[in-house]
Design a protein around this ligand. Structure first.
Ligand code: 8YV
Length: 307
């Protein structure tokens, strides 16, 4: 039997492409010189497509895929995927939740520790020969016994909360609605939570509903001794305010894995020693990326098996 054609919309990790190629007749839309022409001629052949949170799935692309029934996406986030429109057109969209919870939570904890303990700044201090010259860096901040506020308490947020407890932190959270069966203190007002916390960790979905939720007012409430960690999406924070407040010292520290216009990071952050920057690496370990890739494949397999 000939292999089922699968259209790959954007670049994927080599392992995932290999696994797809073992099972399907993979065609790469992103390698076509004229993607629109290719789709006009060929779109009718594809029942399935693969994308990623990076490549996304916009309504105009959905309109160009009339025969597609399933889109399997690499990543848990759906903010770059127009799921509502896809569903309206009868297309199912699958993502890769759960398998990335631990490593993404570990990135949050790593950034919290790296930022409060000035790890990056002190690494530069040693490399620049300042220690050898007899200089002493300023004292860092501990997290033991501190109150940490989670902005969002979904699958990844819940794992972060458990890990924070192991570091002796007190966990509080802010979500749209209080969660039943959760014992952490709930703050309906994010500004109030920021005022009461030593650190805030943003771990909520991106998209219109959460745009700018970590506002200038929230960051100011967190204050000069406060630390802001973002492993969610750049859009959940007022990035202009974030940069300004870090520059002025009205916000103490920030550990950032995500930005509004990736891979472009506000250059003003490069000069700041109170900031630790990462190039969107939350799920980027060999183990987790493999598990995500396996999930992309199994989501397709399940669909074709009628599940
Ligand atoms: C993605 C992410 O894996 O899963 C998400 O939503 O943000 C990352 O883990 C990465 O952007 C690859 O597309």
């Amino acid at each position: 039997m000939p292999k089922q054609p699968v259209l790959v919309l954007g670049p994927l990790m080599p392992y995932l492409l290999e696994e797809l190629e073992k099972r399907y007749a993979v065609e790469r839309l992103y390698e076509e010189k004229d993607a629109l022409h290719f789709l006009q001629q060929n779109a009718g052949r594809f029942q399935a497509a693969v994308t990623s949170t990076f490549t996304g799935l916009k309504a105009d692309m959905i309109d160009l895929l009339p025969a597609v029934e399933i889109v399997s996406s690499f990543g848990v986030g759906t903010d770059s995927l127009d799921v509502a429109y896809a569903n309206k057109k009868g297309i199912k969209v699958a993502n890769t939740p759960d398998v990335l919870n631990e490593d993404t939570a570990n990135m949050a904890i790593s950034l919290l520790l790296a930022t409060t303990r000035d790890i990056a700044a002190n690494d530069r201090f040693v490399r620049d020969g300042r220690w050898a010259k007899g200089e002493t860096p300023p004292l860092a901040q501990g997290i033991e016994g501190k109150r940490v506020g989670l902005v969002g308490l979904g699958r990844i947020g819940s794992v972060i909360a458990e890990k924070l407890l192991a570091f002796g932190c007190e966990v509080t959270y802010h979500t749209r609605n209080k969660k039943p069966d959760v014992s952490y203190a709930y703050y309906p007002d994010l500004v109030a939570m920021a005022r009461d916390c030593a650190a805030l960790i943003a771990i909520l979905p991106g998209g219109d509903a959460t745009q700018g939720i970590v506002s200038r007012e929230v960051l100011k409430a967190l204050g000069p001794q406060g630390t802001f960690i973002n492993i969610a999406r750049g859009t959940v924070v007022d990035e202009v305010a974030l940069v300004e407040l870090l520059q002025s010292g009205e916000l103490g520290r920030a550990g950032l894995d995500v930005f509004v216009d990736e891979p472009n990071v506000p250059e003003a952050l490069f000069a700041l020693s109170n900031v630790v920057l990462q190039p969107h690496m939350g799920s980027a370990t060999v183990e987790t990326r493999k598990a995500m890739a396996d999930r992309v494949v199994s989501n397709l397999e399940k669909y074709f098996a009628g599940q």
